[in-house]
Design a protein around this ligand. Structure first.
Ligand SMILES: N[C@@H](CCC(=O)N[C@@H](CS)C(=O)NCC(=O)O)C(=O)O
Length: 248
């Protein structure tokens, strides 16, 4: 058996879940709690020094895999179904990851800032098994988690100028490259998983694999970008409808 540790609302965790499910690899999912579980993650991952992040995957055969791309490659090695890294796709996949990570760095800082100021989003951040009354009491935990992540990632500039400088040109390039085509490359690859997952930061997809409350949805929505890049959202919705199975 294998276990994936992730953050339910994180596009990086979504990449890993998508790849595992695409390759029909069963796994247990555990929600990571950054505030308390990072030392534990270090221990499980045998990584005493340096930064640890989720998604992180471990299996009974002793694999310990950090990083969404490495987990997707693991899924391709161990699972079945069409390849996500077909011959010749390396460069496109690599570029999609690099560009998506730059867009998400700004988006993450904006989401964290919004959640820090929104008690409703803090309540929604409580794990699903927590009853509503307790979730209210946990709001400070979500606020502290947001502050921790802001410190950890150095809260890069996340004002409107950063959106204009660092998100818009990348989304515009993507829109021009796609130009109405179905996929980033000729066929569905990990590049589409990365781009489609990243577009949650324009506005979250309506899909059973990405269930978020209304305040969380607000925190993840950039209305001006959603309007300007409606073509990217349409592409993303098509890719989800065709290639993202509902979670089992
Ligand atoms: N390169 C990594 C980046 C993953 C990443 O940035 N994860 C963040 C998501 S916010 C994380 O683990 N945050 C929780 C923490 O830092 O404790 C990947 O692709 O998996």
């Amino acid at each position: 058996m294998r276990t994936l540790y992730g953050l339910g609302y994180s596009p990086w965790s979504e990449r890993a879940r998508w790849a595992l499910e695409h390759h029909h690899l069963p796994y247990r999912y555990r929600e990571h709690l950054p505030l308390v579980a990072s030392p534990w993650l270090r221990l499980r991952g045998r990584r005493p020094l340096g930064r640890v992040s989720v998604p992180f995957l471990e299996d009974d055969a002793g694999a310990r895999v950090f990083d969404s791309v490495a987990i997707a490659r693991y899924a391709e090695r161990c699972g079945t179904g069409p390849r996500l890294f077909p011959e010749g796709s390396e460069r496109d996949v690599h570029r999609a990851v690099a560009e998506a990570d730059l867009v998400l760095a700004v988006a993450r800082a904006r989401v964290i800032a919004r959640v820090r100021n929104d008690p409703e989003a803090q309540r929604e951040a409580a794990p699903a098994f927590v009853p509503a009354q307790v979730a209210s009491a946990l709001a400070p935990v979500a606020r502290a988690t947001a502050s921790l992540l802001a410190r950890k990632y150095g809260a890069p500039a996340h004002d409107d100028a950063s959106v204009a400088e660092r998100m818009v040109p990348r989304l515009a390039a993507l829109s021009a490259a796609l130009d109405g085509r179905e996929y980033v490359t000729g066929a569905f690859t990990f590049a589409d998983v990365v781009v489609a997952s990243m577009l949650q930061c324009v506005t979250p997809v309506e899909h059973p694999s990405w269930v978020v409350g209304p305040a969380t949805r607000r925190a993840w929505t950039e209305p001006a970008l959603a309007e300007r890049f409606a073509d990217l959202l349409a592409y993303r919705d098509r890719v989800y409808a065709r290639h993202r199975a509902p979670p089992s």
